[in-house]
Write a protein that binds this ligand. Structure first.
Ligand code: COI
Length: 347
């Protein structure tokens, strides 16, 4: 498809977080115990898979999420894709999947974004979501690692993750479901973690909540995560986020916010235990993720009651962090961290 056709086909002003088919995707395979074969771009589309595939029967799959942006300097850039590469290796190891070497991951992401660069939304209209994913695609009947694996990188232009764009969310603290348990797979980006979150999310949405706040499975006084994002609270000028451990995903945006808050805004930041009461009585609460970026939380409902956070709107620190992060991602603010990763030309 020519660039002009892409521009005519996509309504850049009304992007949502959903799939738009693009030109191509990266595709590579590997046998269990072997090395990844060099992959290549193929047309974006369906492919055949065995009904006995490990991923279809036992959920053996891990993924990543990163984004490409057009910037005010006229460049196409990725944001900290090296962090995703490293986490992808850790997630794969946890699920007995042959890890994709960091260099191969970066090249796969770069060439997929480069080939689909005309699908990156104009500055201010959204981003190109990049989804690297590995599945156990070889057939297996007993519960064991699949004999072969497929690594794909596909992309889609996206708008805001939460319907309605930048607005303060209303979340529900669930005491009926846990997202992950200590020593489980909560700190890996395992596909099954997200399947398990669908039912609590469905129930929450039926009651008009935007998302769920999960508690620590071993201590229900402690807050862990929002289903698709990490959580932060501000109280008396100290920023806190639940400390990483067995069951919290080490988010790339989480890490970026910690560094921005400490080094640019000079705030005290603690990775620590965060209780339900800490969250309910915070000055500001927000969640972070590649998809969610930095999204304010304006109201929280527990089983007993609800609490409005601040004035129920976006807090001033949340706004500052959002503007700083997105400013770096759009090259409006100088990147003193080395996070901006220009997409090479590969021509
Ligand atoms: C991301 O932020 O990239 C995520 O993985 C969250 C979600 C869309 C599953």
């Amino acid at each position: 498809m020519e660039i002009l056709e892409v521009e005519q086909k996509i309504d850049w002003n009304n992007l949502t977080f959903s799939i738009t088919p693009t030109r191509s995707m990266y595709f590579a395979t590997c046998d269990l115990g072997g090395e990844w074969e060099p992959g290549d771009l193929i047309p974006y589309g369906d492919f055949k898979i065995s009904p006995a595939a490990g991923v279809l029967n036992y959920g053996q799959g891990v993924f990543e999420g990163t984004k490409a942006f057009k910037t005010l300097k006229g460049r196409d850039i990725l944001f900290r894709p090296d962090r995703n590469a490293k986490r992808f290796i850790k997630s794969a190891e946890r699920l007995c999947i042959p890890p994709v070497p960091e260099e191969m991951f970066l090249k796969a992401v770069e060439i997929t974004v480069r080939d689909n660069a005309d699908y990156i939304p104009p500055v201010g209209k959204g981003s190109l979501y990049v989804r690297p994913i590995i599945w156990g695609t070889g057939p297996v009947l007993g519960v064991k690692p699949a004999p072969s694996y497929t690594f794909v990188v596909y992309v889609s232009p996206v708008g805001p993750y939460f319907k309605g764009g930048m607005r303060a969310l209303h979340l529900k603290v669930t005491r009926y479901f846990h997202r992950a348990a200590p020593k489980g797979t909560g700190n890996a980006k395992a596909i099954g973690n997200y399947a398990a979150s669908l039912y609590p999310l469905k129930l929450a949405k039926e009651r008009e909540f935007d998302e769920v706040i999960y508690l620590n499975a071993a201590n229900e006084n402690l807050v862990e995560e929002v289903g698709s994002a990490n959580i932060f609270i501000l109280k008396d000028n100290v920023l806190k986020t639940p400390k990483l451990g067995g069951s919290i995903l080490p988010g790339v945006t989480r890490d970026s916010v910690i560094q921005l808050a400490r080094e640019i805004l000079g705030l005290e930041v603690l990775e620590t235990d965060v209780t339900v009461n800490d969250v309910l009585f915070a000055d500001e609460v927000f969640c972070t993720g590649t998809a969610a970026v930095i999204t304010p939380i304006g109201k929280i409902t527990t089983d007993d009651d609800f609490q409005v956070i601040g004035n129920g709107e976006i807090g001033s620190l949340t706004r500052k962090l959002y503007d700083t992060l997105t400013g770096i991602q759009r090259e409006r603010i100088e990147d003193t961290f080395g996070w901006v990763h220009p997409v090479p030309m590969y021509k």
